[in-house]
Ligand binder design. Sequence first.
Ligand code: NAP
Length: 253
Amino acid sequence: MSKLKNKVAVITGGNAGIGFATAKEFIAQGAKVVITGRNQSLIDDAVSQLGSDTTGILSNASSVKDTENLVSKVRELFGRVDVLFVNAGVFYPTPIGQITEEGFDEQMGINFKGAIFTIEKFLPLLSEGASIINLSSVNAYTGMPNTAVYAASKAALNSYTRTASTELAPRKIRINAVNPGPIATGIFGKSGLPDDMIQGFASALQNRIPLKRFGQPEDVAKLVAFLASDEASFITGSEYNIDGGIMVNPLLG
Ligand SMILES: NC(=O)c1ccc[n+]([C@@H]2O[C@H](COP(=O)([O-])OP(=O)(O)OC[C@H]3O[C@@H](n4cnc5c(N)ncnc54)[C@H](OP(=O)(O)O)[C@@H]3O)[C@@H](O)[C@H]2O)c1
């Protein structure tokens, strides 16, 4: 399959989880891929697994300065971007009543401000007909306890995606959001919650998913690769849940 042949793709947060699986899928489909992250050795590790069609660039998505440097490196290397996968994100569950200004700024700074300025700074490099995919979450629509700031960061991203679709349409740039349900990645281990709490939360959640499993990063990668490809050329301003059916409220059963 070579649905992304000759396309240049940038994936923020591509050294682990969904971003890494998507980098693998993009490369399998013929793309040249740039991945970013905040830790040089994790990036180097990922690049060595992904192979010679990958470039790793150290860049913190919450820093506009880093993003400007990233854009100028990508410009020097490739001169254009055809696919921008805005994936970098963090999940720091915090109960209302314990939300701090620092915690708010950190989570919003990566998940929302980071996403907006990644797109803002890459705009001049995006080719006509480019595809932007924003990695959001079903949490944008749930009332899951302790996720108020995380959920709001993703809801804001989905709102931004709809508005951007109309503004970017004259350049034939498509922009869509993907809303995963629970996906088996390292994100929960980085959340600051103790392991036993994560295990309890994972099995309770799994039970609520009609398909009775967590998604795999590869499941999301395939959807993102479709939206990145010209096969999705009439899709913009949309959102796709990929969640094993967890957003269905069965009322009974
Ligand atoms: N897993 C799920 O259940 C799930 C569900 C819905 C939505 N999502 C969303 O999916 C996206 C990817 O998450 P994941 O589950 O794949 O998590 P993950 O395995 O923790 O991967 C996150 C990636 O983002 C990078 N990253 C985090 N903060 C960054 C920053 N400031 N600048 C650059 N890179 C940064 C991480 O690298 P470094 O930390 O090394 O920099 C890592 O490569 C996130 O936006 C998340 O909100 C995940």
